[in-house]
Ligand binder design. Sequence first.
Ligand SMILES: [Zn+2]
Length: 113
Amino acid sequence: MYCTKCGKELEPTTAVCPACNAKTGLAPLPEQEKAEQETKNRFAVLWEILGFFFPLVGLFCFLGWRKSRPLRGASCGVGAVFGGLLFLSMAYFFAIFYFFLLMIGAGVTIGMV
Ligand SMILES: [Zn+2]
């Protein structure tokens, strides 16, 4: 890899050309990386909330962004897991609740209660 401005040979991990200080685009600049990280952190909670309330949407976001936007995808995945668990536990609770109602109802019909 060579510098696009001065043509000097560069290390594959150099962010700035040592000869002319031009950005090489080979490695992210620390400042850019930091700003990007902050943006990701700021929005991570939003994606978690989205995944929490819409586990299916979160799941699809997780699968879709798994490669292109791993952090955002992970946030959606985390939200989807918690939302999904809540949904399953509620479904489980209601299943048991209706089962007991059914049992009581059955008991009443055969004169046990
Ligand atoms: Zn250069």
